[in-house]
Ligand binder design. Structure first.
Ligand SMILES: Cc1cc2nc3c(=O)[nH]c(=O)nc-3n(C[C@H](O)[C@H](O)[C@H](O)COP(=O)(O)OP(=O)(O)OC[C@H]3O[C@@H](n4cnc5c(N)ncnc54)[C@H](O)[C@@H]3O)c2cc1C
Length: 429
């Protein structure tokens, strides 16, 4: 099981054994035997995935990396060297204790670094410093044959041959088992502010997002949310949404080395938004206020979950988000349904939720899903910007990839995993 919405979650096989290795050598030993006897292996991190990626859909071995959770921080080189089972929460805390900062925040702090890299996770704080791929400097990976690869390292530049390391980032446990990761850290930016800018319409808010980025401001996060969703999430957490005005909001997290630079950016964001129809921003300065806003944003998914049939993560070029929203509105109107939408608007990455509709079956939801994917792809985008393909998006992959691309990917899979034992029925259709 993982966090995939229950109506689309694949059924796990009951014919599995759970193995919890404590070292790379033990992972290698397990894979060597599994490969010899052609036994499927399902790598498992924190189980927070949203596409059924770690679910053992056939009999075999669930390989949990949870015991491999050692980490060291190298301040001189600004990196963390973490075993695959280190949680995002532990990574963020460890960096902070060393006076450093890991900016990415892909939602659930229970995710493991191995899983985050395997999914190339994104999250709210990716506008300035990028998704997981942008942090990975080195990887230790165990292949299906048990061979261990040590790729990259603490070095910044490395052009020796093809970049195999990049292939494992986002491979969702199908090419190798990640056992150790070298991740880039940043010096702590002393001054951070969170702004909430209220708007009276979805259109105004979404159109302001590219204008902020064009103005030269580079926020840590640039999120889009709506009043009913943040109020639902706040209620769920026992908190309250701090902004009284507006129905649509941009949440902007700014972080700079000095207060002077921070307030200059803050003014520029307010100016740009005001020209786009935004109202007076709410400025959260204390750590507690800022954490609460991020928490409310991150928990929209959890608050909607009881009604959610599927959570999508379509992504388009950032300036096309307004058009994508319009297309999603058209889909909703055509089917006479509500499609809650929010997301990482600065990255062009939205989360439309398919919610339960009285009398609907899987085919009805599938039509809506298909139409939203089609809209994203037609706008130059993709069917998944962060959650990955896993078990539940395989049949849509050809909407984004050409037959030639799929053929090359299958050939790569055969090179790394000739007996198809690693997460065998995931990602590739
Ligand atoms: C509340 C919530 C909010 C979220 N918000 C975001 C968000 O904003 N952005 C985002 O990108 N994601 C988000 N996610 C999704 C999730 O956190 C990510 O997909 C995460 O990367 C999964 O990590 P995990 O350790 O839980 O992996 P798992 O769920 O255990 O596994 C995910 C996939 O990675 C593979 N895998 C796991 N560990 C390894 C390993 N060591 N080696 C090789 N393969 C491995 C598995 O086989 C599987 O295919 C959210 C999830 C939740 C529940």
């Amino acid at each position: 099981m993982d966090e995939t919405a229950e109506p689309v979650r694949p059924a796990p096989s009951e014919d599995v054994v759970l193995v919890k290795p404590a070292s790379t050598e033990e992972v290698s030993g397990v894979l060597r035997v599994a490969n010899e006897y052609r036994v499927p292996v399902y790598p498992r991190g924190g189980g927070t995935g949203l596409v059924g990626g770690c679910v053992p859909t056939m009999g075999g071995i669930v390989l949990s990396l949870e015991r491999m959770d050692r980490m060291e921080i190298d301040r001189e080189n600004l990196v963390a060297v973490a075993e695959a089972g280190v949680t995002l929460g532990k990574l963020i805390e460890g960096a902070e204790k060393a006076g450093l900062f890991f900016p990415a925040h892909p939602g659930d702090e229970g995710a493991h670094v191995g899983g985050l890299v395997a999914c190339n996770a994104g999250g709210a704080r990716a506008v300035r410093t990028g998704v997981m791929r942008n942090y990975v400097r080195g990887l230790e990976v165990v292949l299906a044959t048990g061979d261990v690869l040590r790729l990259g390292g603490k070095l910044v530049k490395d052009n020796a041959g093809y970049d195999l390391m990049q292939l494992f980032i986002g491979s969702e446990g199908t090419l190798g088992v990640i056992t150790k990761v070298v991740l880039r850290l940043y010096p702590r930016w002393e001054s951070t502010l969170t702004l909430i800018i209220p708007f009276n319409s979805r259109r105004e808010a979404v159109r302001a997002s590219p204008a902020i980025l064009q103005s030269g401001v580079l926020p840590l996060a640039l999120e889009y949310v709506e009043r009913d969703l943040v109020e639902l999430s706040a209620r769920h957490l026992g908190l309250s949404w701090p902004c009284e005005e507006g129905s649509a909001y941009l949440i902007v997290i700014l972080s700079e080395p000095t207060e002077e630079a921070l307030y200059a950016e803050c003014e520029r964001v307010a100016e740009v938004c005001s020209r786009a129809g935004g109202m007076e921003p709410l400025v959260a300065e204390t750590r507690r206020e800022q954490d609460e806003i991020l928490k409310i944003r991150s928990n929209i998914y959890v608050a909607l979950k009881p009604d959610t049939v599927d959570i999508l993560d379509v992504s388009v070029p950032p300036a096309a988000v307004g058009d994508l929203m319009d297309r999603i509105d058209e889909v909703a109107a055509r089917h006479g349904i509500r499609i809650p939408v929010y997301g990482h608007v600065g990255d062009g990455n939205l989360h439309p939720h398919l919610v339960r509709v009285e009398g609907w079956g899987p085919g009805d939801y599938d039509r809506v899903r298909w139409e939203i994917y089609k809209a994203a792809v037609e706008l130059g985008g993709t069917i998944t910007g962060e959650h990955g393909v896993g078990a539940i998006r395989k049949r849509y992959l050809a909407m984004r990839l050409s037959p030639k691309e799929l053929e090359i990917m299958r050939a790569i899979k055969r090179i790394f995993d000739p007996n198809n034992i690693l997460n065998p029925d995931k990602v590739l259709p």
